[in-house]
Design a protein around this ligand. Structure first.
Ligand SMILES: Nc1ncnc2c1ncn2[C@@H]1O[C@H](COP(=O)(O)OP(=O)(O)OP(=O)(O)O)[C@@H](O)[C@H]1O
Length: 354
């Protein structure tokens, strides 16, 4: 069997706060194959961003305390700073929800794309502390030779008339254009894996659809893998091949996008789907999941969703939950599956459930 591009295995990332340890990521495992788009979905606070940042080794002030992250078979949890710089400069890129906090306001967008091209050529230019802020340009000598590539990248991400926008600063771009600019910067390093953390959350639905289409096109054209993080399960249906549903720092369910959207087995996935605006009739109030995401992550015995779950019973509050194989690669971490309605059986009118 060939090695996946990315293999996350039993990852635990903790934050030490003044009075306790936050188990933000609590035993997360998943793979990403070359050219695959994997969505990580869950409510706010479920551990999606910390998982993504741990993969990029940007978990600080958190700490990876257990588990493994392998990229092309290379272990990242024990990698040196130099190896991590090389990974970020040449193999993986990340885009964040708010481009304004990542773009440097005092340099033009095109200069920042050039900087990313230079980091790709020489990853040692990129000290860790500079990663989240685009490093200052010390010289502009390569500008002329890089100009054509910048125009190409800007047009690839749908920035209209890129040749006329080379002198534009981030504040002269709209929100959607800034997110495209961030994508161009991320793509300049020709990554095989792009991690996009809520890239469309701040955008209106039309622009959101355009950015998702760009991601889908890029995957086709570049055979790039994407990990797309979103709290909106509707977004995953647009581009993802596979979906990982997270809650309370743990993976609740995984499956193909079709399995998750049409045959969800875990009560949490079913509840998330019921809350989708697309599934609510017009004029009816939006559904919500009762209760709150647990704030004492990792300190609850049993399933973190048990306190909000309509199917929970005594054994759900005791010990680690089993992961059940639901068939065709779909897996759910739940000990009450025999009580949860099975949408596949309901659809054909079969009594009872698996
Ligand atoms: N610097 C930090 N110090 C302490 N706890 C943190 C820190 N960063 C994140 N956490 C905690 O880790 C948990 C997971 O956070 P994370 O940001 O990964 O959630 P998320 O699913 O991405 O939600 P959101 O979409 O709101 O970012 C949360 O309980 C959060 O409060």
């Amino acid at each position: 069997m060939t090695e996946p591009l990315l293999a996350v295995d039993n990852l635990h990332t903790h934050f030490e706060t003044r009075d306790r340890t936050v188990h933000a990521v609590n035993g997360v495992s998943f793979d990403v194959e070359p050219g695959e788009v994997v969505g990580i979905v869950g409510e706010s606070g479920s551990g999606k961003s910390v998982t993504a940042r741990s993969i990029m080794r940007l978990e600080s002030p958190g700490e990876i305390v257990d588990g493994s992250i392998r990229y092309r078979g290379e272990e990242l949890t024990t990698a040196t700073d130099e190896e991590i710089r090389r990974l970020r400069g040449q193999d993986t890129s990340m885009v964040f929800q708010d481009p304004m906090t990542t773009l440097n306001p005092v340099f033009t967008v095109s200069e920042q794309i050039v900087e990313s091209l230079k980091v790709h050529e020489n990853p040692d230019r990129q000290p860790l502390r500079e990663y989240l802020r685009i490093p200052l340009l010390h010289d502009r000598t390569d500008w002329a030779e890089k100009r054509d590539r910048v125009v190409e990248l800007m047009s690839e991400v749908g920035i209209p008339n890129p040749g006329e926008r080379l002198d534009a600063y981030p504040h002269e771009f709209s929100g959607g254009m800034r997110q495209r600019a961030m994508l161009a910067i991320a793509l300049a390093s020709e990554p095989d894996l792009l991690i996009a953390d809520e890239p469309t959350t701040a955008l209106d639905v039309t622009i959101q659809a355009q950015i998702l289409q760009i991601l889908a096109d890029l995957r086709e054209e570049r055979d790039m893998s994407v990990v797309l993080i979103t709290h909106d399960i509707g977004v995953v249906s647009a581009v993802c091949d596979r979906v990982i549903v997270m809650y309370g720092g743990e993976v609740m369910e995984t499956g193909t996008t079709e399995q998750i959207l049409t045959e969800p087995r875990h009560p949490y996935t079913q509840a998330l789907l019921e809350c989708m605006p697309q599934r609510t009739k017009r004029k009816e109030p939006l559904e919500t999941i009762e209760g709150q995401v647990p704030d004492r992550l990792g300190e609850v015995d049993g399933c973190p969703f048990a306190s909000r779950c309509g199917y929970a019973q005594e054994r759900c509050r005791d010990g680690p939950m089993p992961v059940s194989d639901c068939g065709d690669g779909q897996r759910a971490k739940c000990c009450a599956l025999d009580r949860v309605p099975d949408p596949t059986r309901e659809a054909v009118g079969v009594e009872g459930s698996r």
